[in-house]
Design a protein around this ligand. Structure first.
Ligand SMILES: [Fe+2]
Length: 183
């Protein structure tokens, strides 16, 4: 709409409770480390791509700072959920406005896309989703399953492998899951 500012009020950053920021930073740090562990086993990325992967994973949820209390457990309505689903795009815009390289910013933009096209924000399918964003998405899922959330108990390694088996070809690229030996 003409005249309407697309960007959120980034002053929300200073209003986000420190516990939530700590949680977001902790999640992002673990996701980056898992992603690099996966990348080493993938054996097809250049050193520069691995650096981009690490930084992109560190910043993948930066768009969430626009949503104080952006924990799924506190989300009540469909409207709140669809608002929160704007975080990949908002994060991407923020990163690009701050001159972060496209390869890094695109990890934030595409980390909720799914192999079968059921993800967001664009519903990209298969190889349309950049490889680094697909690795971030897998690392993201591993962190959530390992540590659990208020709405989901932590899973064992065996249960995580079973989850990847079930979602191979759905949420995740089947070849990537096989190459990473996640099942
Ligand atoms: Fe996210």
């Amino acid at each position: 709409m003409a005249g309407e500012h697309l960007l959120p009020d980034w002053s929300a950053y200073s209003m986000t409770p420190i516990t939530e920021l700590t949680e977001l930073i902790g999640h992002s740090l673990i996701v980056s480390h898992i992603a690099i562990y996966l990348a080493v086993h993938l054996d097809c990325l250049t050193a520069v791509e691995k650096v981009h992967l690490f930084l992109g994973c560190l910043l993948h949820d930066i768009g969430k700072v626009a949503f104080p209390q952006a924990d799924l457990a506190s989300i009540q309505s469909e409207q709140e959920l669809s608002e929160l689903k704007r975080h990949p795009l908002l994060g991407y815009i923020f990163l690009r406005e701050n001159k972060i390289l496209p390869d890094i910013a695109e990890i934030a933009l595409y980390h909720h896309e799914r192999y079968d096209g059921s993800g967001y924000p664009f519903g990209l399918k298969g190889n349309e989703i950049p490889l680094l964003a697909q690795i971030c998405s897998i690392a993201d899922a591993i962190e959530v399953m390992l540590n659990g959330r208020p709405y989901q108990s932590p899973k064992t390694i065996k249960e995580i492998a079973e989850d990847f088996r079930q979602n191979s070809g759905g949420q995740f690229h089947p070849i990537l899951i096989r190459l990473l030996r996640l099942i």
